[in-house]
Design a protein around this ligand. Structure first.
Ligand code: HEM
Length: 570
């Protein structure tokens, strides 16, 4: 059954599948959608199988909301170098390779975080307090818990009963723009126009927009019935305006490439045009992700050389690209750089207005009003992201989904989610990374003293601190966005994501490009993507993830390197 990743036969094709199956011909299920997250370390559950991790002495760990409030206070400090685009591209990468959420019975408890300030304890739902007399309790608790209970270990764990539960990644683990193309045929086919290699789009104000979701439900909190909400090629597309904006950039980029290819190769049929455009779109995205984004973010010299010329053939069929739980449920949950106010920025880079993030969760239609799309696109690459530190914006730690509920704390959800998913302790991850293991709070060498003291007040022993919490409070070395433990995990993950992808864009052979084409792909940049797909943006700085400066000044879009598609002429 697909859920457990069984693939019978792999078709012969030079293009990627949608669900990631058959990328690896020896292990066709590796990296496939609806298969289990991988682990570096054994899961740590309270009962060894599925319940929240507990303290070493067997007690509940400190309340997640309390941990969030104590360790991740509210302050707005802009980053010195990065633009908000740097943060936003990170969310695109995350969504491209992982979608977790809950399939184990404690997931529902995480949903109750909004009640954390109340004191009564919910049965079956230990660390979360939900008042029984609250209407939400019966609605959610009963529904959730009974759903969860109806799942057997078999459902949860691909038939491996009585083994520690492993959560399922609903999307494929490859960096392949599945957020745009879908992870399954049904979604994919719905979006294909069937001619010219194009994706279906809606024309409005002389621009192309994604299809409207005709049955919007939980994925959208519409103000008025007919307001636009986008068809969920990825269910998270509507989450907030900047995320939807980058989705649209990639949609338009696909059609832009397909139209050019159709002019160059008029004999190509719909499918060839579609697959070749998809392949180029994905290649550019992989290039921006690794060379422009990841290299900014952390020291990737151990991951690859800076500026390769020629092919990079590192594919290894023994490398499993499946997303790691330690990555998805701890190290990569980098929510500290999120900004609560989104600037609307004019062509001269003056700020014309601001959108409050929590006003616009699940209301993407704001992009289509006035010229907001362009104003927000410029804002993304002009406004600075929040600093990579312990401080978080209250839009995310108090008001997440404020308009549809009383407001969640995303950081508390992260903390709870990592306990849900059996993520191991900080010390165990440090040992795995060959970093020092602390015998007491004051021996946490990468964590500042004042935070060591807070940890000591929250936890019984240093061995109770989870990877997500310990890693997120480490000192961040100058020029990086995360501390050494998270860097170690990300290096493992992104090393596997590349070396485990048979279709990696820098490879030679029939899945790759000609050398000349590859050198063209290497001209792709975030700024060029914006220039080509946000019509009203006429000037961008070459490095869109970095703030404007004397060495990164605005230039006319035409002067930014671009990929010459005429090299695809056959
Ligand atoms: C405005 C920006 C962002 C918002 C509003 C946001 C919000 C969220 C939400 C609501 C979740 C689900 C939490 C749960 O139920 O477990 C989540 C998960 C996650 N986020 Fe973010 N996030 C943002 C940016 C980022 C960035 C920049 C990164 C990394 C660089 C990131 C990494 C992750 C990861 C790895 C997950 C787990 C994914 C999954 O399993 O589905 N997020 N985020």
């Amino acid at each position: 059954e697909q859920k457990c990743g069984k693939v019978e036969n792999c078709p012969e094709t030079k293009y990627r599948s949608l669900d990631g199956s058959c990328n690896n011909l020896k292990h066709p299920e590796w990296g496939m959608a609806m298969t289990r997250f991988r682990r570096l370390l054994p899961a740590e559950y309270g009962d060894g199988i599925r319940s929240f991790r507990r303290s070493k002495s067997g007690k509940s760990l400190p309340n997640a909301r309390k941990v969030s409030e104590t360790l991740f206070p509210l302050t707005v400090i802009p980053d010195k170098d990065y633009t908000l685009a740097q943060m936003q591209y990170g969310q695109i990468i995350t969504h491209d390779i992982a979608q977790g959420g809950g399939l184990n019975d404690l997931f529902c408890c995480t949903e109750h975080l909004q009640y954390l300030n109340k004191t009564e304890q919910a049965p079956n739902c230990l660390p979360i307090a939900v008042p029984k007399n609250d209407p939400f309790y019966s609605k959610y608790d009963a529904k959730c818990i009974s759903f969860a209970r109806s799942l057997t270990d078999r459902d949860l764990n691909c038939g491996k009963e009585n083994k520690p539960v492993q959560q399922i990644n609903k999307v494929n683990s490859f960096l392949d723009l599945s957020i745009i193309y879908g992870n399954n045929k049904k979604v994919h086919d719905y979006m294909r126009l069937g001619t010219g290699g194009l994706l279906k789009t809606r024309k409005y104000k002389d621009q192309e927009w994604p299809l409207q979701d005709l049955n919007p439900s939980e994925s959208c909190a519409l103000a008025k019935k007919n307001d636009t909400c986008y068809y969920p090629s990825d269910p998270r597309i509507n989450q907030h305006p900047h995320l939807a904006l980058l989705h649209i950039i990639f949609y338009r980029e696909h059609n832009r490439i397909a139209k050019s290819l159709a002019e160059i190769n008029s004999h190509w049929d719909d499918n060839t045009l579609f697959e070749e455009a998809r392949k180029i779109n994905i290649a550019q995205h992989q290039h921006v992700s690794y060379y422009e984004w990841l290299s900014l973010f952390m020291n990737v010299t151990t991951l690859r050389e800076d500026d390769p010329v020629g092919y990079v053939d590192e594919y290894d069929e023994n490398v499993d690209p499946g997303v790691l739980s330690e990555h998805n449920n701890a190290a990569f949950r980098i929510h500290t750089q999120i900004a609560g106010q989104l600037h609307l920025v004019e062509e001269d880079r003056g700020v014309e207005g601001t959108l409050r993030l929590s006003d616009w969760y699940l209301r993407p239609y704001v992009l289509e009003e006035r010229n907001n799309f362009e104003l927000l696109a410029r804002g993304l690459s002009t406004q600075r992201s929040m600093a990579a530190d312990v401080y978080h914006d209250k839009e995310i730690t108090h008001h997440w989904f404020r308009r549809t509920s009383i407001g969640y704390d995303l950081r508390a959800i992260d903390i709870q989610r990592s306990r849900d998913t059996g993520v191991p302790t900080y010390n165990k991850a440090r040992a795995l990374c060959n970093l020092s293991v602390a015998a007491s709070f004051d021996k946490l060498v990468d964590i500042p003293k004042h935070i060591q003291e807070k940890l000591a007040r929250l936890y019984e022993t240093v061995d109770d601190v989870g990877l997500l919490v310990g890693g997120a409070v480490e000192d961040v070395p100058q020029g990086y966005a995360i501390g050494p433990t998270f860097q170690c995990i990300l290096l493992i993950q992104f090393g596997r994501t590349r070396a485990g992808d048979r279709f990696w864009y820098e490879r030679s052979g029939e899945t790759g490009f000609t050398l000349d084409q590859l050198q063209e792909i290497r001209k792709a940049s975030f700024s060029r993507l914006i220039c080509d797909n946000a019509k009203g943006v006429k000037r961008m700085q070459p490095k869109g993830f970095k703030k404007l400066s004397s060495s990164n000044q605005l230039v006319d879009c035409q002067f930014l390197p671009s990929v010459n598609l005429s090299l695809w002429k056959i």
